[in-house]
Design a protein around this ligand. Structure first.
Ligand SMILES: *[C@@H]1O[C@H](CO)[C@@H](O)[C@H](O)[C@H]1NC(C)=O
Ligand SMILES: CC(=O)N[C@H]1CO[C@H](CO)[C@@H](O)[C@@H]1O
Length: 519
């Protein structure tokens, strides 16, 4: 077969260890996977003797050749030659690429593992056909956690390859990839300049009771964008369009009364529920991850508030997140106090590695933690009180949103929000919001409610939520009976309710007071 015309999309790496393979037969599993649609197979066996490796490789090759699927051998150039397969995959500690190429010739497929920018660029220069980039996430098959780079790390490598002009080199991501996360990983790894050509999986197929079915399912997922990606391209958005559309979205939301599923342990119960009701969504509080799938099916949105997260809670959060991601319903993360303790930083990292959030909202310290939670470079992890300039805040928010391919909102006296392409600052609100508990959390609820009603342009939905919330606060703050934070709360709830009613009655003037700038 012409070796350089290779489909890397659904790449199986074998594993013969009992912990993964169980009592299944390796050759039978590979046969099933190839029938299920695996497009390329790497035989990886770090323990068997050479003679056995060659013998198994030959057996596997009979299967793959018939299906027109290339077979590569991990590390062992001699075994690849002896079995006459299509190529090898080498690690950084194996035989070097140039020597491997000299031995196997120009037609052989040669891939190499790349964990860093330097390794990737060097391998591309040295003529690798493809790079196995990772480790994306922790995996049961590899112990070395130091090599974990997350989707953000993969993206950084793809960007660097593209800027160095290495468009030709193919790329697959590897490490902890399974049916639950494969679509998100492909989506979040992609840089504007270069996308992944595929993903490599080990346990998701090798450990499955039905490897054919598992492969079919994975290959199908790989070929489709994740459900939470909106098909419409993100159009441009001006302040005037926003002011015109916001009341329409609030009205739509008020009429649909979408469910707002909040997973939180707030001490501000009453206030949170009252805000949701005033805004017009239908609050439901369930911290039980098991019922999340049922709730997700109802078309509402999910708010995860990290206030007091415990390890058991995290399992529930991840389960709920997976359920909402699976149907493409909106999700919002409020990483309360994210930078405060190592435990919370760990929590943010685990949530971001465990699913997709359409919006991550937080104050400066929280968003700085989020920006450092993943990736090759760990910048700005500490939540010091360092005051960033507005320009720095804008850069941070925009860069993090572009990297995560979602929406980042940094709240403050000037809010900054971006989807990586469009960035806005908002200067509405009232100082009393900072004097009451739960105002950050309930802003999250308001935004999530709008996102359930406006599914196409998520940034527009989020902006609508912020405006409704902050303009209600402004109107409450100037009411005659409001003398301080205590009297502010009921007035604020009234104003949220009034704005909703105005929208239902087609009165749109409230939105004119938006202090929003496209930056
Ligand atoms: C608001 O506008 C819609 C469509 O333009 C109209 O059908 C509806 O009757 C209006 N509602 C009110 C309360 O004026
Ligand atoms: C808006 C809303 O539904 N808030 C709820 C979130 O969860 C807490 C309990 O953890 C409830 O008390 C709130 O009412």
């Amino acid at each position: 077969m012409p070796s350089k015309d290779v489909d890397y999309s659904c790449y199986l790496v074998t594993d013969s260890t009992p912990a993964i393979l169980g009592d299944k037969d390796l050759v039978a599993v590979v046969k099933a996977a190839v029938e299920g649609g695996a497009t390329i197979v790497q035989y990886r066996d770090k323990t068997s003797e050479t003679a056995e490796l060659v013998q198994v490789a030959k057996q596997l090759h009979q299967i793959t050749k018939r299906a027109g699927v290339p077979l590569l051998i991990n590390d062992r150039v001699d075994v690849a030659l002896a079995a006459g397969v299509e190529g090898v995959h080498v690690g950084q500690d194996d035989l070097d690429l140039k020597t491997t190429r000299r031995i196997l010739g120009p037609d052989a497929i040669i891939g190499i593992t790349a964990n860093t920018l330097e390794e990737a660029l060097e391998a591309a220069r040295d003529g690798a056909d493809y790079l196995g980039i990772g480790t994306v996430y922790a995996t049961p098959t590899k112990e070395n956690t130091k090599s974990i780079i997350g989707a953000a790390g993969v993206q950084q490598i793809l960007t660097a390859l593209a800027s160095a002009g290495h468009d030709e080199v193919k790329t697959v991501a590897i490490g902890g990839i399974n049916a639950r996360n494969v679509q998100r990983i492909m989506y979040q790894c992609a840089s504007p300049e270069k996308k992944l050509d595929g993903v490599a999986v080990v346990s998701a197929i090798m450990a499955s009771d039905d490897p054919k079915d598992a492969t079919q399912h994975l290959c199908k997922l790989i070929s489709q964008p994740p459900p939470f990606v909106t098909p419409v391209s993100r159009g441009k958005l001006t302040r005037d369009e926003l002011v015109a559309k916001a009341p329409v979205i609030v009205k739509r939301m008020a009429q649909a009364k979408p469910l707002c599923h909040n997973m939180t342990n707030l001490v501000v119960q009453n206030f949170a529920a009252n805000v949701a009701l005033a805004v017009g969504s239908s609050p439901i509080m369930s911290n039980n991850g098991l019922e999340a799938a049922d709730l997700a099916a109802l078309g509402g949105s999910l708010v995860i508030n990290m206030g007091t997260t415990t390890p058991e809670m995290r399992e529930n959060h991840l389960r709920a997140l997976a359920a909402y991601n699976a149907v493409g319903s909106p999700t919002l993360l409020d990483p309360v106090g994210a930078g405060a303790t190592a435990h919370r930083r760990e929590g943010v990292k685990a949530l971001m590695a465990g699913g997709f959030f359409d919006v991550i909202k937080g104050n400066e310290g929280e968003i700085r933690t989020v920006s450092g939670a993943q990736g090759v470079k760990q910048h700005g992890v500490d939540s010091g009180a360092s005051q960033l300039s507005l320009e720095d805040r804008i850069r941070l928010v925009k860069g993090t949103a572009a990297r995560e391919r979602n929406i980042i909102l940094m709240t403050g006296s000037t809010d900054v929000i971006s989807d990586g392409e469009r960035t806005f600052t908002i200067n509405n609100g009232h100082p009393y919001l900072g004097e009451i508990t739960g105002s950050g959390c309930t802003l999250g609820t308001t935004i999530a409610s709008m996102m359930a009603a406006e599914r196409e342009d998520k940034l527009l939905a989020a902006l609508t939520g912020i405006l409704m919330y902050e303009i209600a606060a402004e109107r409450a703050g100037v009411r005659e009976e409001v003398k301080g934070p205590g009297t502010f709360v009921p007035a604020f709830i009234d104003e949220l309710y009034r704005i909703r009613q105005e929208c239902v009655n087609n009165e749109t003037r409230w939105a004119q007071t938006a202090k929003v700038d496209l930056v």
